[in-house]
Design a protein around this ligand. Structure first.
Ligand SMILES: Nc1nc2c(c(=O)[nH]1)N[C@H]1C(S)=C(S)[C@@H](COP(=O)(O)OP(=O)(O)OC[C@H]3O[C@@H](n4cnc5c(=O)[nH]c(N)nc54)[C@H](O)[C@@H]3O)O[C@H]1N2
Ligand SMILES: Nc1nc2c(c(=O)[nH]1)N[C@H]1C(S)=C(S)[C@@H](COP(=O)(O)OP(=O)(O)OC[C@H]3O[C@@H](n4cnc5c(=O)[nH]c(N)nc54)[C@H](O)[C@@H]3O)O[C@H]1N2
Ligand code: SF4
Ligand SMILES: [Mo]
Length: 703
């Protein structure tokens, strides 16, 4: 036995960003823990983090060597890095030369900042295409758009310390007990220490998070704007308005007040379809001065009115003056470990590094200068969004697609379209740590990435905390850090500016580009990050990092004032009718991570929920002759999926829930994304994964 060493890295799962400590002997993890002294998690981990050891116990299913598939449908063959790099560089250059608009990159909040930065530089800078989007489009784009509309900048104003100061928590469209468990734990501790703390949960389902709730509002899916506006109006009528804050620090208040005044209570209540007592209870909890901290995630984001939902929530905070002060604020929960860092790097199709925008001429010039590119190299028009890229691939406009750290053949809405795009594209490059995956089935080239613990890199968590992860394991075979794979291919394509010797060099180039920007990380040197994490903005090397933003009521809009908006209620995009009489919402469970490339390898987690399931209310089960534990098929206007029925009164009558974790490799008929709709919020491009119309059919077989 060799010597035991210890390594630290940010958890590769959710955006809470727990720092994990791994004990390693002979390149194997012997123990996973968390240091009580080290934030943000101070000793806490959830089961997914704790079971990382089991994921890393074998290299089974790892993509360890580059591979090329000579023929679609055939088995890929192992090649050298030299061959793989030459192949990608040649094919990508050929397609790009013929049509600069025909290449795209589809990335992920899974990748570290260094990787997303180099990808963004290659595509937006060297290749001059803004067709670079990521799974954040399906995840955070409505949150981004609402923050920008209200505050003039992306990024939450809050931090985890606020949990210790809050009086009332509002969890709206977030199941934190399952999906952000360590934050849920912090909230539970706050409540245990301070029994007067109140918790409101707004979710059509009664989830585990609801068990902590003083009030649970089981609103109709998609009706959050109606709910939030109604609550705001009632509070307004009770005089719960921070007039001074509204006057000094906001604009648009009178239009907002007029909008509230014109609301018809009855119509709003009908839209929410909840007992009026629930609204009354929420209003009562908020009627007295209190510090309100709101957590929101996919229940608000994944909607055709996702931006409006988030704006309505921010309006409520502005009305109460509940932003910028301890214990208060609208806190958008980040899904993935580095979706925040990816946004800072500018990996969405309308963004550039440092929260810059492609549409802004000055922003483009800043970045072109930093990248030593000729003026005009960066295109001024936003590129295609995730959904648009796969549609364009399906109809032949997008010919080359490089996919890094995401599994769209499972996770895209209306996934048959994405699969058609992958099938039709002339070049599909898949960069992942695992093989097989559903997306890898379409790949012409597979590039093996080193994963968690096998590379150094930087990530930003939900509270703007930037943390450096260490390398403490050797990757299997020839797997390499993502940034290095991209840099080598960029160099082979003949581009200058990719001669990085380490992740630290990439970091230094990137952090300089954030100087003076809202997400300023200029003061975060490699030395400082190796001592511990720091929160942005952190402009200088002596700056301790900011706890809270907008503390003095100065916002990042042109006027320096936060903006009220006037969102109005609109129902979900798809309608139910006689053929598709039920609503379907989709989401996650506590024990699995997305498409299961890692959690699906952990016995203990698979035992918790051994197969895909469908939650259905007892009244609906009676009507459609569905038995608890029996198999059912959901059918929508687009496709169908199979799962095991769970009859429960924890879901609204008329609504079903199915998680999206089980793709075609598990079984070709269990992916709920064959059923979901690709309808998007026109303001953010985020798809409505939280509602579509279906019918349920009982299947008479045992599995
Ligand atoms: N265990 C686990 N944790 C995860 C993940 C995972 O795969 N597994 N994924 C991570 C990622 S990337 C993300 S984005 C987050 C997502 O975290 P969450 O947003 O918490 O997860 P979801 O289950 O998608 O949706 C949350 C809730 O929204 C509710 N909902 C549906 N429609 C509506 C609506 O119209 N209004 C309201 N108010 N609520 C609605 C659903 O019933 C569901 O309980 O989780 C992260 N954490
Ligand atoms: N129906 C429905 N669909 C949804 C959602 C929903 O709520 N309902 N939610 C949407 C949301 S919010 C999200 S975020 C997406 C998530 O969907 P995906 O992004 O498709 O899910 P993951 O399984 O996390 O995919 C990550 C991939 O990256 C690989 N990987 C992990 N670490 C690394 C690394 O360091 N480098 C590289 N190169 N690869 C790595 C993993 O092996 C895996 O194949 O799903 C979306 N789809
Ligand atoms: S709460 Fe999130 S970051 Fe923390 S251990 Fe669990 S999955 Fe990892
Ligand atoms: Mo997400």
């Amino acid at each position: 036995m060799g010597q035991e060493t210890t390594g630290h890295a940010v958890c590769p799962y959710c955006g809470v960003g727990c720092v994990i400590q791994a004990a390693v002997v002979d390149n194997r993890i012997t123990k996973i823990s968390a240091d009580k002294e080290v934030g943000p998690n101070y000793g806490m981990l959830c089961q997914k983090g704790a079971y990382l050891k089991d994921v890393f116990h074998s290299h089974d299913g790892r993509l360890a060597y580059p591979m090329i598939r000579d023929e679609r449908g055939g088995a890929p063959r192992r090649v050298s890095w030299t061959e793989a790099i030459a192949f990608v560089s040649r094919r990508l250059s050929e397609i790009h030369r013929a049509d600069g608009d025909a290449v795209g990159y589809y990335g992920s909040g899974q990748l570290d900042t260094e990787a997303s930065y180099v990808f963004t530089k290659l595509f937006k800078g060297s290749l001059g295409t803004n067709h670079t989007d990521t799974n954040s489009r399906l995840c955070m784009s409505s949150a981004v758009a609402a923050y920008v509309k209200a505050f003039g900048s992306d990024g939450p104003p809050t931090c985890y310390d606020d949990i210790e100061h809050a009086d009332v928590f509002l969890m709206i469209g977030a199941n934190m007990a399952a999906n952000h468990p360590v934050l849920f734990q912090m909230m539970r501790k706050r409540r245990a220490r301070n029994p007067n703390t109140r918790i409101i949960v707004v979710d059509p389902r009664r989830t585990k998070s609801g068990q902590l709730a003083d009030v649970h509002v089981p609103l109709a899916p998609g009706s959050d704007v109606a709910f939030l506006n109604l609550v705001a109006k009632r509070l307004h009528d009770l005089g719960r308005v921070d007039e001074r804050f509204a006057r000094r620090h906001t604009e648009g208040f009178s239009a907002y007040r007029a909008m509230l005044g014109a609301l018809d209570d009855k119509t709003m209540l009908e839209a929410c379809d909840v007992h009026p007592a629930r609204i009354h209870e929420v209003v009562e909890l908020l009627a007295e001065p209190c510090r309100l901290l709101s957590f929101y995630c996919q229940g608000t984001n994944q909607s055709v009115v996702g931006v409006d939902k988030n704006v309505a929530l921010i309006n409520l905070h502005l009305q109460l003056g509940a932003v910028g002060n301890p214990g208060a604020g609208p806190f958008s929960l980040t899904g993935q470990p580095n979706a925040m860092g990816g946004r800072e790097v500018g990996y969405l199709s309308h963004q550039l590094p440092g929260y810059r925008r492609v549409a802004d001429a000055e922003h483009r010039q800043d970045v072109e200068r930093h990248w030593d590119l000729a003026p005009g190299s960066i295109r001024p028009d936003p590129g295609m969004t995730a959904g648009e890229m796969f549609e364009a691939a399906a109809d032949g406009r997008l010919k080359a697609l490089w996919i890094g750290g995401t599994n769209p053949a499972v996770s895209m809405p209306d996934v048959s379209v994405a699969q058609a795009g992958l099938r039709r594209a002339e070049l599909v490059v898949v960069q992942d740590c695992y093989y097989p995956t559903e997306t890898a089935e379409y790949a012409d080239v597979l590039l093996p990435a080193a994963q968690w613990g096998e590379k150094a890199g930087t990530m930003t968590n939900s509270e703007r905390l930037v943390a450096r992860s260490e390398k403490f394991l050797d990757p299997p075979g020839e797997a390499m850090p993502d940034w290095e794979v991209v840099a080598r291919i960029a160099k082979k394509m003949g581009f200058a500016g990719y001669a990085y010797g380490s992740a630290e060099e990439v970091w230094d180039e990137y952090r300089a580009l954030t100087a003076g920007r809202p997400c300023d990380q200029h003061g975060m040197t490699n030395e400082r990050l190796s001592d511990g994490p720091l929160r942005w903005p952190c402009p200088t090397e002596r700056h301790p990092g900011a706890t809270r933003r907008y503390a003095r009521g100065r916002f990042l809009t042109d006027s320096g004032k936060a903006r009220f908006h006037t969102p109005t209620y609109r129902p979900p995009d798809e309608y139910t009718d006689a053929a598709f009489p039920l609503g379907l919402t989709t989401g996650r469970i506590a024990g699995q991570w997305h498409t299961r490339t890692r959690t699906g390898k952990v016995e203990a987690l698979n035992r918790q929920d051994p197969e895909p399931f469908v939650e259905i209310h007892p009244d609906d089960a009676a009507v459609y002759d569905v038995e608890d534990g029996g198999w059912v098929r959901l059918v929508s206007r687009r496709g169908d999926a199979v799962g095991k029925a769970r009859v429960t009164d924890g879901i609204r009558q008329g609504l079903l829930f199915m998680p999206f974790h089980w793709g075609d490799l598990y079984h070709p008929s269990t992916n709920v994304n064959y059923v979901t709709s690709a309808a998007c919020d026109p303001q953010s491009g985020q798809p409505e994964l939280k509602f579509c119309a279906v019918r349920v059919e009982r299947l008479d077989y045992d599995a």
